[in-house]
Write a protein that binds this ligand. Sequence first.
Ligand SMILES: Nc1ncnc2c1ncn2[C@@H]1O[C@H](COP(=O)(O)OP(=O)(O)O)[C@@H](O)[C@H]1O
Ligand SMILES: CC(=O)OP(=O)(O)O
Ligand SMILES: [Mg+2]
Length: 246
Amino acid sequence: MGQTTLSYYKKHAIRRYGFHGTSHKYLAETAAAMLGRPVGQLNAITCHLGNGSSVTAVEGGRSVDTSMGLTPLEGLVMGTRAGDIDPAIPLHLMRTLGATAADMDAILNKKSGLLGLCGDNDLRAVIERRAKGDPEACLAMDVFVYRVRKYIGAYTLSLGGHVDAMVFSAGIGENSALIRSLICAGLERVGVRIDQDANAEMCGGRQGVISTPDSRVKVLVIPTDEELSIAQQTLEVVSTEASAAA
Ligand SMILES: Nc1ncnc2c1ncn2[C@@H]1O[C@H](COP(=O)(O)OP(=O)(O)O)[C@@H](O)[C@H]1O
Ligand SMILES: CC(=O)OP(=O)(O)O
Ligand SMILES: [Mg+2]
């Protein structure tokens, strides 16, 4: 047997690390508290949508899949990151344009995403331009929203169709009722019904439910608190080590 690609995993630590873990953990725990159940009994899809964005599938309180990989480049379309693309594209650009690995790193991490699609990386600017009918801004938002919906669809099946809650958080998820509404549009058949008044109100650091009472999937807006989550997890590690040493 020749060398398998599994050796990259074993010898070179190529694996899915995922990012925003402190945020997704905080969101799952807060969602469980809001639904009045132990986090171990919660299935959820947590959407951390900021400048960097990721989605996580949470089953019984544990992350079972997440959209960022070895680096934060994989997954959603972000402010300046491309997210998922055909892995052959960088190879093609390196061959045809003579681009180096460093060039590709800069293109895919710093010049792609919303910025690459329309010239603005801040979604507030993209939303303003879209409202005026700017075609590139419309395209950028369509691609952004479509990619989030695709992950929600994939993770809904990863969770066997059993989703208790969908959570929106971070700069975009906490503040843009428009983006939340576009992501959830037409999902009634998979149990998601948005209360548009509640959605419009849940901005600027407010926490609450934005789905209708009859929505099978509860849709929540939760301002994330990564600092608190880091402090709680640090305390957990320190207390465990202290009690083991005693
Ligand atoms: N009202 C809003 N509408 C749409 N997008 C917003 C709004 N407020 C903030 N954002 C987006 O949130 C992003 C910042 O999110 P944040 O979670 O702070 O990002 P990061 O931690 O990755 O820097 C901004 O780039 C902007 O696109
Ligand atoms: C990993 C990442 O994108 O982090 P942030 O959201 O803080 O930019
Ligand atoms: Mg952040």
